[in-house]
Design a protein around this ligand. Structure first.
Ligand code: AVJ
Length: 320
């Protein structure tokens, strides 16, 4: 059996980007760090653990939906498409589509470089008929996909409700910007977490095994290792809650005491209880997401939800 080599392009997001973002975010009021920095190798692995937690219903609900709608996605798309996955992580969910969709090319785009390469190599080994590409890129900035073939309908796949990490206006801009990559007959399959009972949301981001806390606190481990920060992760606590007015989960790192930390020679002071806002995870009703898709220049072809109305998947076509 021959294994297709993985075609790799794109530059790793530079460490200066991390340094710059951290220094800027900790200087701001309130303090914040972008959730894209969760995903170093350890953070990506911890996120995989989160997806298996009993409280984290998102992955199971989306997997359910994808299993049920894969054939319809394939029918709506047609054969020999170019499948582009955004935030591909372990490239696990795309496997639910590959056999049915049978695209000619799969491009995985992710910010976590080593994780991306390991995952796409495994994928190429498991699907020898598939041409696999990998691009290391940060979705927050325009990225290039110069190696893709020109022919074939382009289908973007953006699962996991990762779009929820963006402010709604930024999400609209990201999806709108994606249209030029997809082209006039392009489409987008996107997974979005639904608004629901806040108690269910709370449990999903405060799991009893403490994995989400480790995932959040891993940011401080990165700060220590990569930026030489003298921060003690035991001096901070994980906090996650549903902000009903904003329609989003917020994750914070809470300073357990008044303290001063140094990052790259710059001192930052924390009052006891002061937080670093590390993530927002927006939840949308189907009507809210339809409006967002519409504003971004897509028409909603299909809306799928699971039986318990936990999660939604949309098939969006680039509007003409
Ligand atoms: C990958 C952004 C969808 O918001 O649910 C999981 C990340 N954060 N637990 C989410 C996450 C805490 C996740 N997304």
């Amino acid at each position: 059996m021959t294994i297709q080599p993985v075609l790799i392009y794109g530059e790793a997001p530079e460490s200066s980007d991390f340094r710059y973002n951290v220094l800027r975010g900790l200087s701001a009021q309130p303090k914040h760090i972008s959730p894209k920095f969760f995903y170093d190798r350890r953070g990506s692995a911890l996120f995989e653990d989160i997806c298996r937690l009993p409280e984290y219903y998102l992955t199971r609900a989306e997997t359910d939906i994808l299993n049920r709608c894969a054939r319809e996605i394939a029918k709506l798309t047609g054969p020999d498409s170019v499948l582009i996955e955004l935030g591909s992580g372990a490239s696990r969910k795309v496997r639910l589509l590959l056999e049915t969709l049978r695209p000619s090319v799969y491009l995985a785009v992710d910010i976590s470089r080593e994780f991306l390469f390991d995952s796409t190599r495994r994928l190429a080994r498991d699907y020898p008929w598939l041409e696999v590409h990998a691009a290391c890129a940060d979705l927050c900035t325009p990225f290039s996909v110069s190696g893709l073939p020109q022919e074939g309908r382009r289908l973007a796949f953006y699962p996991g409700s990762s779009v929820g990490n963006f402010e709604p206006g930024e999400a609209r801009a990201l999806l709108s910007g994606l249209r030029s990559l997809l082209g006039r007959d392009g489409a987008l399959v996107i997974g979005v977490d639904l608004k629901k009972d806040p108690a269910i949301l709370h449990a999903a981001y405060n799991d009893s095994a403490g994995i989400t806390a480790m995932f959040n606190l891993n940011l401080l481990v990165r700060l220590r290792r990569e930026l030489g920060a003298d921060v003690d992760s035991a001096a901070f606590a994980h906090d996650a809650f549903y902000n009903q007015a904003a329609g989003r989960i917020e994750m914070h790192l809470v300073s357990r005491k008044a303290q001063r930390i140094r990052v790259d020679g710059v001192a930052f002071t924390f009052a006891e209880g002061e937080t670093i806002h590390t993530e927002s995870s927006y939840k949308y009703t189907p009507a809210e997401f339809h409006a967002l898709a519409d504003a971004a220049g897509y028409s909603v072809e299909r809306t799928w939800t699971d039986a318990d109305q936990m999660f939604s998947v949309y098939y969006l076509r680039v509007a003409t």
